[in-house]
Ligand binder design. Structure first.
Ligand SMILES: C[S@@+](CC[C@H](N)C(=O)[O-])C[C@H]1O[C@@H](n2cnc3c(N)ncnc32)[C@H](O)[C@@H]1O
Length: 224
């Protein structure tokens, strides 16, 4: 898989891309590339944004600037299979959407800034608009990192244990429910114990208990 990140602030990704599971994914053949809209802007003096038509506060990332960045990366007619605009108003990201994206050969993630991106990008250049939640970030970079992270976790070879990503919160293996609780040593700490079943060595009982706990959480048992 290839993930291309389009941004005005490529340095935001420096630390992120150095992390272990990205390095594992890169070794396993995943390619990640960074593109700065400012490097390919067709406008003078590195301009990338403009005032919104109709007035109002803030500046808007221009459609010709985003198009120039995409054309410079892909040429004519060679766009990735999914071109995603990050937008608070987009389709909410969930595990199913992450799985869908992980099945694609190539992704482009377009980070907005300021008041956002000219809507013609979403209408004509993108295949998707995705939101990571009902709140507003200062830019699309953190949202792109969230998407890249959940997608990469689903690729073979990125996690230490292949099974780690199969049975976890919201996965099909748990019927879309949150994951069950985990405990480790010590078995007692400040008087806080561990459920007896987990110490029993009875795998069938452990399995049953875990599925029950997962279902309880799906029922909204405790927010803790
Ligand atoms: C300050 S925000 C623009 C907010 C926009 N005016 C609005 O009210 O929706 C700048 C950029 O951050 C990104 N962004 C902000 N919140 C986001 C979210 N919840 N999910 C995905 N991207 C987000 C988008 O790329 C957006 O263009």
């Amino acid at each position: 898989m290839r993930i291309d990140l389009f941004t005005l602030f490529p340095e935001w990704f420096d630390w992120f891309l150095r992390q272990r599971h990205f390095q594992n994914a890169l070794s396993a053949g995943t390619e990640i590339r960074l593109f700065n809209y400012r490097n390919t802007t067709p406008l003078g003096a590195g301009q990338v944004d403009d005032a919104p038509y109709g007035g109002g506060a803030g500046m808007v990332l221009r459609v010709d600037v985003v198009d120039a960045a995409l054309r410079s990366a892909y040429g004519e007619g060679e766009d990735p299979s999914r071109v995603v605009v990050l937008a608070a108003s987009g389709r909410p990201l969930d595990d199913a959407l992450a799985g869908e994206l992980a099945g694609e050969p190539s992704l482009a993630l377009l980070c907005g800034r300021y008041e956002g991106i000219d809507e013609r990008v979403r209408e004509n250049l993108a295949t998707d608009a995705i939101s990571i939640g009902p709140y507003v970030l200062s830019g699309g970079e953190l949202a792109a990192m969230v998407i890249a992270d959940v997608v990469i976790r689903k690729l073979p070879g990125s996690l230490g244990h292949a099974s780690s990503a199969v049975e976890e919160s919201f996965s099909e293996a748990l019927g879309g429910a949150p994951e069950y609780p985990h405990y480790t040593r010590p078995a007692s700490y400040r008087g806080w114990g561990v459920p007896e079943v987990l110490l029993s060595g009875d795998h069938a009982r452990v399995r049953k208990w875990r599925l029950e706990e997962s279902r309880k959480r799906a029922g909204g048992a405790s927010g803790r």
